[in-house]
Write a protein that binds this ligand. Sequence first.
Ligand code: HEC
Length: 101
Amino acid sequence: MKTLLISLLFIASNSYAEVFKNADTVSGKALVDKNCISCHAQSFGGDGSSIYTREYRKIKTSKGLLAQVRNCNTMIGLKWFEEEELNAASYLNKTYYKFTE
Ligand code: HEC
């Protein structure tokens, strides 16, 4: 019983949203670092990451996060593949948003 509880806790603390379960967060980070930071940093200062953690951030769900990544991606004309959008969103989720569903 104790073991079961511990494994459940372990699973819970490591699970991120289902949509990101096959995503590659490492390549997502590389994509975001390369393409996404400068503009956010211009508006929000520093490394721009406070755009993700600001009190009135717009994104409330993992699906919303994916949609916003797609919007910014389209706006700047990167033409990422869906998989790249997923990887980038997954990285942002793991690092900043931490949505579990
Ligand atoms: C040309 C400037 C620009 C670039 C480049 C850019 N963004 Fe954005 N991004 C914005 C602006 C402006 C907002 C805020 C929109 C708002 O507040 O309505 C935003 C908001 C966001 C948010 C939501 C923040 C919140 O409130 O939670 C995410 C996520 C995001 N961008 C991801 C990305 C990703 C991923 C890339 C790279 C593909 C990217 N952005 C590139 C301008 C940019």
